[in-house]
Design a protein. Structure first.
Length: 679
């Protein structure tokens, strides 16, 4: 890749909009027009309606508009069925969507116009020519293009300074990422407003500072796919080896070819051809992709692509990982990240966040590259360039400089992160409550070896902190406490450790929460499955939203619980219930798990944070010494009641002589709340 993209231009200080009623902040937005009712369009319209905006959904004929509207109604119904929203909220959101064909009716009162028409420059330009005739002067225009030039599209309008990219990911209702892309003329006011709009929609915006083909996510994913195709085309690897390496060697959610089939090989090829045209020979499409498209093998939508979906589908072996393929693919990604950073398109941290949220990467490509070592990846690129002469292996100077200086793409960010301490957890303290949040929402907070390490370290920090009285454990987002083990990441670790070792490590770390002297509360919202349930089982108390779902689905995968589920669950719900949950591999709602004794409290979907913190604060106000001994005694007496009773007597004698006991008795006599100090 050329180190300086010829097509990228810096933001200019365009004259601000002079209209007195122009949209200048998210507070000025109440009505959104969505142009295009296809998969992306109706999804964006649904997201906007759920966020409380009035939405006009428009397409070119009644059938298309009605189909989009019907999909919104179906999706809202499924969300209500799963208790993600109430029936009233679903009805209210649908009432806010108005399906129309007439363009003037769609955009005439819009504060924001979101264009989601087919990904062809001439089609989009034609739409904007029409929109300008009917949209109010105050409106912002945004395009959902995944790769086309924001600058070129913006200059088709009379408001290029109030035009930018707003790239949602499919499906918009579920995917958190929105790339907010600056055109050459976009003002900071426009970009900030659109970022705030994305947040109001419940999304995480990532700023793309320059109009560069592929933006961030596609700029990494498409060359990754192209390199995978070249490896097969040149006879250096098989499809099975590449996808095994991608999925189990790199730990990505899908194999490269599996992902191409899902996206559509024709779509990937179109984006690659555009990047090739704009950026040069480093993006020359592999002939293998064109051959697939010419044969009509486009992926899942045609029934066949790199895999045959009319028979077995994508069956990816776990044991065909090849280190040289892993290094090659990672080197290409690192080169792309370095190019984005050096051209001020996005910083490395933003690139990682975008790939995690938009593509489900467990770690971002910058972190993955840093972990391997940039010098190793530069050497790989140089070796391949010397061997093939291919432009895609030309090393970006920024990457070479970082490798020579022994720095990483995330060097500065990594140092800052060390102060906080964790890659997979976020930590918040509220008085005596330390709140540990599993922060992998892009992977449904699934558990890998890095998270086990962070949980281990975080609990140690809590136990060594004199201010921490209670640990509150939750998952980021509202979709999952934790959906279980991250099998791709765990499998990637098996070169250096055995499955038995990983099982023992999970048992040890989870067991520390069970045996910790600190009370532990698990607050569950969404999925609590597999390893997530095994972790929750180690908490002292569990509180869950009504929409939460529990289960140990391992038997559906031909495996079994390996992080304590076979033992700890039976102590909580009894052996019969535990066998039912494990052997049937079914999913259970929160009320059922409360009936079984696993969940202590079931609360409304929107009150978990408040109720969980309230419970944790109550425990934090309790007597620390008595709490610690109570946990120890109960754990000791699980399988030996006599031993537990003896330990209880000894502990009672010890606790009775503490200052906390004196304070508790004095407070009782004085009819006041005790103030325990742990002494």
């Amino acid at each position: 890749m050329d180190d300086a993209d010829s097509d990228t231009t810096a933001e200019t200080d365009a004259d601000p909009d002079t209209a007195t009623d122009a949209v200048r902040s998210v507070d000025d937005i109440s009505t959104i027009a969505v142009l295009g009712a296809g998969n992306m369009g109706h999804g964006i319209a649904e997201v906007a309606a759920l966020a409380g905006f009035e939405v006009f959904l428009r397409d070119i004929d009644d059938d298309l508009v009605r189909a989009g509207y019907d999909r919104i109604e179906w999706s809202l119904g499924k969300l209500a069925e799963k208790d993600r929203i109430s029936d009233d909220e679903a009805d209210a959101a649908l009432d806010r969507v108005t399906p129309v064909v007439d363009l003037a009716a769609a955009v005439g009162d819009a504060d924001v116009v979101v264009e989601v028409v087919p990904e062809r420059m001439e089609v989009k330009k034609d739409v904007y020519a029409e929109v300008e005739a009917h949209a109010p002067d105050r409106a912002l225009f945004v395009t959902n293009t995944s790769s086309l030039s924001i600058t070129e599209l913006g200059r088709e309008t009379d408001r290029p300074e109030r035009f930018c990219g707003m790239h949602f990911f499919n499906p918009p209702v579920r995917m958190r990422l929105v790339e907010v892309i600056s055109g050459a003329d976009s003002t900071e006011e426009t970009l900030s407003t659109v970022e705030a709009l994305a947040e109001r929609l419940g999304k995480t915006p990532v700023r793309v500072h320059k109009d560069s083909p592929g933006f961030v996510v596609n700029r990494v994913l498409v060359p990754l796919l192209n390199e995978a195709a070249w490896a097969v085309h040149d006879g250096e690897a098989t499809v099975a080896e590449v996808d095994s390496t991608t999925k189990y060697g790199l730990g990505l959610p899908m194999g490269s070819f599996e992902l191409a089939d899902q996206v559509g090989i024709d779509v990937a090829l179109h984006v690659l051809e555009y990047m090739h045209d704009q950026l040069g020979d480093a993006y020359e499409p592999c002939p293998l992709l064109a051959e697939k498209v010419a044969a009509g093998d486009l992926g899942t939508k045609s029934g066949a692509g790199f895999y045959d979906y009319e028979s077995r589908g994508a069956e990816i072996p776990t044991d065909e990982v090849r280190e040289e393929v892993r290094e090659r693919l990672l080197a290409v990604m690192a080169n792309e990240v370095a190019g984005l950073v050096s051209n001020d398109v996005a910083d490395a941290e933003a690139v990682d966040r975008a790939l995690q949220l938009g593509a489900g990467f467990p770690d971002g490509p910058a972190k993955m590259a840093d972990d391997v070592g940039l010098d190793t990846l530069v050497a790989c690129l140089d070796e391949r360039h010397a061997k093939t002469g291919a432009a895609r292996y030309e090393v970006v100077e920024h990457l070479r400089d970082l490798a020579a200086s022994e720095e990483g793409l995330l060097e500065e960010k990594a140092e800052a992160a060390d102060d906080v301490g964790y890659d997979t957890l976020s930590v918040d303290r509220d008085g005596g409550v330390t709140h540990l949040v599993i922060d992998r929402p892009h992977r449904l907070n699934s558990i890998d070896v890095d998270l086990l390490t962070d949980l281990d370290d975080a609990l140690t920090a809590c136990e060594e902190d004199d201010e921490t009285r209670t640990v509150l454990l939750t998952g980021a987002g509202d979709r999952a406490f934790s959906a279980g083990a991250d099998f791709q990441r765990v499998a990637a670790e098996l070169d250096s450790r055995s499955v038995v070792d990983v099982s023992r490590e999970g048992q040890r770390v989870f067991g520390r929460f069970e045996s910790s002297p600190l009370p532990v509360v698990a607050a569950v919202d969404g999925f609590c499955l597999g390893g997530g349930l095994e972790l929750a089982a180690c908490a002292d108390l569990r509180i869950a939203t009504r929409r939460s779902t529990f289960g140990l689905p391992e038997h559906n995968l031909g495996i079994m619980p390996g992080w304590g589920g076979t033992q700890r669950l039976r102590h909580i719900v009894g052996e019969g219930r535990a066998k039912e949950i494990i052997l049937t591999a079914e999913r259970y709602d929160a009320e059922t798990m409360a009936d079984y004794g696993f969940v202590n409290r079931v609360v409304a979907n929107d009150s978990l944070d408040e109720r969980a913190l309230e419970l944790a604060r109550d425990l934090a106000a309790g007597p620390p010494i008595a709490q610690a001994y109570t946990k120890r005694v109960m754990l000791r007496g699980r399988d030996d009641t006599d031993a537990g009773l003896e330990l209880e007597a000894q502990a009672f004698g010890h606790v009775f002589g503490t200052d906390d006991a004196s304070e508790g008795i004095a407070a009782f006599d004085s009819d006041r709340d005790p103030e325990f100090t742990g002494e």
